[in-house]
Ligand binder design. Structure first.
Ligand SMILES: Nc1ncnc2c1ncn2[C@@H]1O[C@H](COP(=O)(O)OP(=O)(O)OP(=O)(O)O)[C@@H](O)[C@H]1O
Ligand SMILES: [Mg+2]
Length: 213
């Protein structure tokens, strides 16, 4: 990918589609300061600040990742030795150390809406793939991030759950004015976001303007 650039309005949701291997996960990891580019620059203009992701010190990128970003990984990345509850509370607890209070009522409602209440005392590997995916979603939202990066958040869910969970994601982001960047292979899920982008030949384009192959 080269000279890739896009902008979003406050509270906006976008979906990103593109062929397998075109770099969607890599793009999310770069935006979230979870990865660094081999060359070039990643510049994020947001909240009246300009972040040059590849020039952030460890402390700055840790703070950005922990406080401002929520990440739903394609492969979940739940912590196996922590209970589902502790996984979900992890970002909220880390931010408590940064003086941000934990909203237990909100987290409880997330857990309820995602249908995972009965699993909170279990370990992640005692859950099915789809249940783990929903835990990963609750974890990514528990600290009310400013930017939610969701990598195939419904990839392991059946149609009914996919529909429910993707609507919950979009609605929760709207309620909290969270920017949502969601990678999805599902046309139906992509329709829920305000804009649809597509990575095509190393560039990013509004997909409503291009022919979908
Ligand atoms: N850690 C890595 N080091 C080097 N190359 C990588 C690494 N991770 C992925 N790649 C390569 O970078 C390219 C983009 O991978 P990426 O995972 O971003 O694709 P993707 O669009 O998310 O695909 P999918 O839809 O299958 O999830 C692929 O060609 C992949 O083989
Ligand atoms: Mg991917």
């Amino acid at each position: 990918m080269k000279n890739l650039s896009f902008s979003m309005q406050k509270g906006e949701s976008i979906s990103i589609q593109g062929a397998s291997g075109c770099g969607k996960s890599t793009l999310l990891h770069l935006i979230g300061a979870l990865d660094k580019p081999d060359k070039g620059e990643i510049i994020l203009n947001y909240d009246n600040q300009v972040l040059k992701i590849n020039e952030l010190t460890n402390l700055q990128s840790d703070q950005f990742r922990q406080k401002d970003v929520g990440m739903i990984f394609q492969k979940f990345n739940l912590i196996d030795c922590l209970s589902v509850r502790d996984n979900i509370y992890l970002p909220a607890k880390i931010n408590k150390a940064n003086q941000q209070s934990i909203d237990h009522t909100y987290i409880h409602s997330l857990v309820e809406s995602l249908g995972i209440s009965k699993h909170v005392d279990k370990l992640p590997n005692q859950l099915s793939g789809g249940e783990q995916q929903r835990v990963a979603i609750a974890r990514a939202l528990s600290h009310k991030p400013k930017l939610l990066l969701a990598d195939e958040p419904t990839g392991n869910l059946d149609e009914e759950n996919s529909d429910k969970v993707s609507k919950l994601l979009v609605d929760t982001c709207r309620t909290h004015n969270t920017l949502l960047i969601m990678v999805t292979h599902s046309q139906q899920v992509a329709q829920l976001t305000e804009r649809r982008l597509r990575i095509s030949q190393g560039n990013i384009v509004e997909s409503d303007n291009v022919e979908v192959k």
